[in-house]
Design a protein. Structure first.
Lengths: 434, 191
């Protein structure tokens, strides 16, 4: 019985039932590809040569059949040629589409020793860059004879620099839909279930969440600065009116590079910013004359303001219009804020300082404290500059319309954040600043 | 990890026993039940021996960390140290050509200890049997008496939760993420 069990792939006899060509990556590289590159005879012609530019995936599927048993993947040798005589990229375009590399190459080990690399490619129908992604995946294995050093490897992760020529052994298969494989009536039951088990929602979800969090933080950061900028504005405006700053000075502000605005998510920097404001505040309160400190504080605020461009234009408007009282300023601020409502609402989930940004109570203190301190310092200086009285510890008692503007600001913040559940921290802040 | 000599089958490197459900039922189970010779005769007959799953090494046909053997249908699949507990519904095994039902597939999970208080393990068994119509049509009434319990094929494996990339025959989770990231190529991602 075993005597007539020999198979001839391209002849008449077949692979015995239940058996499939299912080589390990090690077998592909160490046995088949190694024999191929050294022109050794391979007993059975199970892996054929394929010109990747001439055959579409579905043609390869036909050409690389082994026996008549159903297959899920197909193997072939391919000779990689340079795309252009001078370039290093491989041409993997076919008549109907092209193969595009994805991810990064994976090192293949055998007994702890590196033997090769695996590149993953996806078939796109159409022409780059407007191809339509298909379910066809290719794993391209190349030998790695330890002649390349690690720095070469890093450069290989993008593009094909280095091993742009020579024989590779490839495997193509159709990407499985996880749901489909689960109840697939026939076929690799164990493998599909196995895949489903190991690649469970949890792992993937975690990665995606991680990615999402990165984006969230970034968005939040921008918006946080945005909020901060709002509070800084009334102060700048009043300074412009009464402090003798000319417009040109503000016009230059966009050139100021703000170290804070790019690293707000860093707690250390956050702390620094917070302390800086408090220190200037204290200085103002302790000294009767504060003309110098105006400059300091002003710069401090501006440095922390990432919206230099918009605030400076607003300041110009204030200066030209001869804006002299808080009521007018409130209106201006309100109109500015209304204009931003749409944009802010879209990012509503990021406007709440407690969302995604503060993970525990300690962190929670930072942005709230900072907001309240900046608003109160604003009212302090706004009051002192308009009334030009001496500063005392009671400087926090502000005119009522000053309050109104502040409450408007908070209401705005609250209205956007109310799209989410937690508006508690904001209430807390408005209470403390009163 | 796997020897390439599947009993008496002499195949070049890379060939493995990876039967489809249909092949298991149509080629191996059907022939066994019909007392026809199996080519190749690679799956051993363990009948109702109460082997624990880890005792299958060297007794059942091993391929790719899966063990295959013939057994018989039984209500309580007890072993020396535990029992196989049925899991979920039976699935149909159909032919790829005509979508005709040829068999049924049932899942079990191994529990150590005494039923029903055993501890669940990661050992899974798929039990293949001929569908009732298929088995009755192939058997004469006289044979049915001599075969009180019908044959099944058991495929046993241990679910491996740490194996993230498998044997490279599928896309890893990371590959999938990269694939989905390719869709966002035009969008500039934050660094």
């Amino acid at each position: 019985m075993p005597d007539n069990m020999s198979i001839s792939v391209n002849g008449q006899s077949q692979v015995p039932p239940g058996f499939r060509f299912h080589p390990t990556e090690e077998e592909l590289l160490q046995y088949y590809l190694r024999k191929k590159v050294s022109y050794e005879k391979i007993d059975l012609d199970v892996i054929r040569d394929v010109d990747l530019n001439k055959l579409e995936p579905w043609d390869i599927q036909e050409k690389c059949k082994i026996g008549t048993t159903p297959q899920n993947d197909w193997y072939f040798f391919s000779h990689k040629d340079k795309k252009y005589p001078t370039g290093t990229r491989t041409n993997r375009a076919t008549a109907a589409g092209f193969w595009k590399a994805t991810g990064r190459d994976k090192v293949i080990y055998s007994n702890g020793k590196r033997i090769g690399m695996r590149k993953t490619l996806v078939f796109y129908k159409g022409r780059a860059p407007h191809g339509q992604k298909s379910d066809w995946i290719m794993h391209e294995y190349r030998l790695d004879d330890n002649t390349t050093n690690d720095t070469n490897l890093v450069s290989n992760m993008i593009g094909d620099g280095g091993q742009e020529e020579g024989w590779v052994v490839c495997r193509i298969f159709k990407k499985k839909n996880h749901l489909k494989t689960l109840d697939s009536p026939s076929g690799e039951g164990r493998r599909s279930h196995h895949l489903y088990d190991t690649c469970d929602e949890g792992a993937l979800e975690q990665i995606l969440q991680q990615m999402g969090r990165g984006c969230k933080e970034e968005n939040y950061e921008a918006n946080y600065n945005n909020n901060y900028g709002r509070f800084a504005r009334p102060f700048e405006s009043t300074l412009n009116n009464n402090g003798g700053y000319n417009n040109e000075r503000f016009m230059k502000l966009p050139n100021l590079e703000s170290p804070k605005s790019t690293s707000m998510e860093n707690n250390e920097n956050n702390n620094d910013g917070y302390h800086a404001i408090i220190q200037v505040d204290m200085a103002n309160e302790n000294e009767g004359s504060f003309s110098d400190h105006h400059h300091h504080h002003h710069h401090n605020n501006m440095v922390n303001n990432p919206l230099e461009a918009s605030s400076s234009s607003m300041v110009i408007a204030c200066g030209d219009g001869g804006l002299t009282n808080w009521v007018a300023l409130d209106r201006l601020v309100a109109s500015q804020l209304n204009g931003q409502t749409e944009a802010s609402r879209q990012l509503a989930c990021f406007t709440d300082p407690t969302m995604g940004y503060c993970t525990n109570d300690q962190d929670l203190q930072l942005p709230t404290l900072k907001s309240s301190s900046s608003t109160s310092s604003l009212s302090t200086h706004a009051r002192t500059t308009t009334s030009t009285t001496t500063t005392t510890a009671t400087a926090y008692i502000s005119p009522s319309h000053d309050y109104a503007s502040e409450i408007d600001l908070w209401n705005f913040a609250r209205s956007t954040s109310s799209l989410l559940s937690s508006s508690e921290p904001l209430c807390h802040v408005s209470n403390t600043s009163v | 990890m796997v020897d390439n000599n599947n009993n008496n089958v002499n195949l070049p490197p890379g060939f493995r026993f990876y039967p489809t459900d249909e092949e298991l039922v149509v080629h191996f189970l059907h022939r066994k039940a019909s007392l026809l010779p199996c080519h190749p005769d690679v799956i051993p007959d363990l009948d109702l021996y109460p082997f624990d799953p880890w005792q299958l090494q060297g007794r059942a046909l091993e391929e790719g960390n899966q063990w295959y053997y013939y057994s018989r249908r039984t209500q309580n699949r007890m072993t020396n140290n535990g029992y196989w507990m049925p899991m979920g519904m039976e699935e149909q095994v159909v032919t790829s050509s005509s979508n005709k039902r040829v068999g049924m597939k049932k899942y079990y999970v191994f529990h150590i200890g005494e039923a029903p208080n055993g501890n669940q393990t990661n050992w899974i068994m798929q039990e293949y049997r001929l569908s009732d119509s298929a088995s009755s049509s192939t058997r004469s009434s006289s044979k049915r008496k001599s075969q009180p319990k019908s044959w099944v094929i058991c495929r046993v494996y241990e679910r491996d939760e740490d194996d993230q990339d498998g044997d490279g025959t599928e896309l890893s989770c990371l590959d999938e993420v990269f694939l989905s990231l390719d869709d966002l190529d035009e969008v500039s991602l934050p660094n």
